[in-house]
Design a protein around this ligand. Sequence first.
Ligand code: ZN
Length: 150
Amino acid sequence: MFDDLRDLYQEVIFDHNRNPRNFRVMDNADRKVEGFNPLCGDRLTLYLKMEGETIVDASFQGSGCAISTASVSLMTEIVKGKTDQEAQDLFKIFHEMTTGKDEQINLEAVGKLAVLAGVREYPARVKCATLAWHTLDAALKNEQNAVSTE
Ligand code: ZN
């Protein structure tokens, strides 16, 4: 990865960590699931507002490291307006990107989420980046139980 691209990615992560998007309690949420990454201590509560199959609003609360906060912040932005299926597809692509199964990152498919591709070089941080998505997956499946990455 080029150094200037790496700097840009880090800048986006810092920005989302400093000013997380959609960081609020959603009183009229249809789905509410808690996620926990014991490895790092990241905790979040994810809220979704659904209209049929479409995610019309997403927000979160919680505290975690910069990677987990940036990841859930970016995720709540990107899944708004997506259908259940589109969000699940994105999770799959994101998971492959962060675990390095897919050598070539499909920039068109992942969009802004590409900023988190760097975690593949730090296996201990992969769970920080994927916690938000595992929690989303549980919310979309309408599971009530808290999600743990362990
Ligand atoms: Zn973390």
